[in-house]
Design a protein around this ligand. Structure first.
Ligand code: SAM
Length: 165
């Protein structure tokens, strides 16, 4: 039977949750910032701040449209188009992110392929050596290696990368 949209959403959320849980353990004890690309309603930001209470988390989006109790502190929100805010972050925090969670996809293929290309180009400048990138879109970042997904995540539903050292 073909997968319904509900099936695909469930697989995506299971993979997102499993990959983030894996990444939290992977960066434990390693210094570095956490970047959340795509505040959206704030669901994964809430997950990050809950599981990584000691980390400095910077959140990127072009708007603030989240649950009120998931609004990031103003000085941790980089508001604007992601190509500009990532470039500003690369100047302010060069090679400083230990973990990037990127949740920038939408329902349109044109948006997703353009976003994949933009992120693949821009992210390496902010990644610390060995940083982990957890992404809803496939990326092709210079110097980074694609990783297999952890138990509980079906391949192709989310994407994991490790930056070169
Ligand atoms: C899938 S939602 C993020 C969901 C969020 N992580 C959550 O768990 O609630 C994607 C977000 O990316 C943002 N976005 C899409 N294209 C963008 C762009 N070019 N620049 C900045 N933000 C963008 C949208 O505004 C949207 O909030």
């Amino acid at each position: 039977m073909k997968l319904t949209r509900l099936d695909k959403l469930r697989l995506r959320l299971e993979a997102q949750n499993a990959c983030l849980g894996w990444a939290f353990e992977e960066i434990a004890g390693k210094p570095g910032l956490v970047f959340e690309l795509g505040l959206g309603h704030g669901r994964t930001y809430d997950h990050l701040r809950t599981h990584l209470p000691e980390r400095d988390i910077y959140v990127f989006d072009r708007e603030i449209d989240c649950y009120e109790d998931c609004t990031p502190p103003r000085d941790r929100m980089l508001l604007g188009n992601i190509d500009e805010t990532l470039q500003a972050a690369a100047e302010r925090f060069p090679k400083a992110a230990a973990l990037v969670h990127s949740d920038m996809g939408s329902y349109t293929e044109a948006h997703n392929s353009a976003m994949s290309a933009l992120l693949s180009r821009a992210l390496p400048a902010v990644l610390a050596p060995g940083a982990i990138v957890v992404s809803d879109l496939p990326l092709a970042m210079t110097g980074a290696t694609a990783l297999p997904l952890p138990t509980g995540a079906q391949e192709g539903r989310y994407f994991l990368y490790r930056a070169g050292v």
